[in-house]
Design a protein around this ligand. Structure first.
Ligand code: SF4
Length: 257
């Protein structure tokens, strides 16, 4: 529906050229104590009822809710937008995405009742290359992720009371204990994971049922999609996340750990 580059001025900027420097909160945030109490309330919800969790999140955080989306598909933005029309969908625009991921981002913005917000690093890829040398993702992926994903996300989440992610417990051993709703100590807001009990088949079935945009790479051996230099095709039956930072000990960018 809408695309918004999140800038301090709010001035519209074409996709891919905006420098994300922060985002203004839709309204003042409640206290940490109030947000902690809401997280405890949400933790009591039925973790098999994603629809109910989405409804609760929309009611508990009106205008202060953000949805994180990697643009593997638009399932989570669709689910949340049914209860929070126009909700902000945060896309970490690292500058390293597949063309198909940009295509999915465009379809999500056009076809769903959401506002896609491009979350941009402080440095463009060219500026990062000039400062740290080219292909930092090969030499120090942790540093690259910190600059291109973690810092921009943390800066952006400061403007919200809660964020919704599509993390599922079946994705990886590092995610088996993911709570349904928790207070995110690292970012200082409530974190809601409505899909924790879903499988990849559940995600694709929802997308099919609701005609939600799906990244074509999902049908081409990429069940988990990140930046192009750090994502490889996986064999059928392999760990879905084994194609991320393949050959390295790194398995997470740090956002959810
Ligand atoms: S996934 Fe790779 S290219 Fe993307 S931010 Fe992390 S290290 Fe850099």
């Amino acid at each position: 529906m809408t695309t918004t580059p999140a800038t301090t001025t709010g001035a519209p900027t074409p996709h891919g050229t905006a420098r994300h420097t922060g985002i203004e909160s839709a309204r003042p945030k409640r206290s940490i104590e109030e947000l902690r109490a809401l997280a405890l309330e949400g933790a009591e919800l039925d973790d098999t009822n994603a629809e109910g969790v989405a409804r609760w999140a929309a009611q508990a955080f009106p205008g202060t809710l953000a949805v994180a989306c990697s643009m593997a598909e638009g399932v989570l933005p669709h689910l949340i937008s049914q209860h929070a029309p126009g909700v902000d969908v945060l896309f970490l625009e690292t500058g390293y995405h597949f063309a198909d991921t940009h295509g999915t981002r465009a379809r999500v913005a056009d076809e769903l009742d959401v506002t896609v917000v491009d979350v941009l690093p402080e440095l463009t890829v060219a500026e990062q290359d000039a400062k740290y040398g080219p292909r930092l993702f090969e030499r120090d992926p942790a540093r690259c992720c910190a600059m291109r994903k973690m810092e921009p996300l943390a800066r952006t989440l400061a403007g919200y009371e809660a964020w919704v992610t599509g993390v599922r417990r079946d994705e990886a051993p590092t995610r088996t204990n993911t709570p349904l709703v928790t207070f995110d100590e690292k970012h200082g807001l409530v974190k809601v994971n409505p899909l924790v009990t879903w499988s990849l088949d559940d995600v694709t079935a929802y997308a099919h049922e609701h005609s939600v945009p799906v990244n074509l790479l999902m049908y081409d051996g990429y069940p988990s999609i990140g930046c192009e230099p750090c994502t490889q095709r996986v064999a059928p039956g392999d760990d879905p996340r084994s194609g991320r930072w393949a050959g390295l000990s790194k398995t997470e960018c740090g956002i959810h750990t």
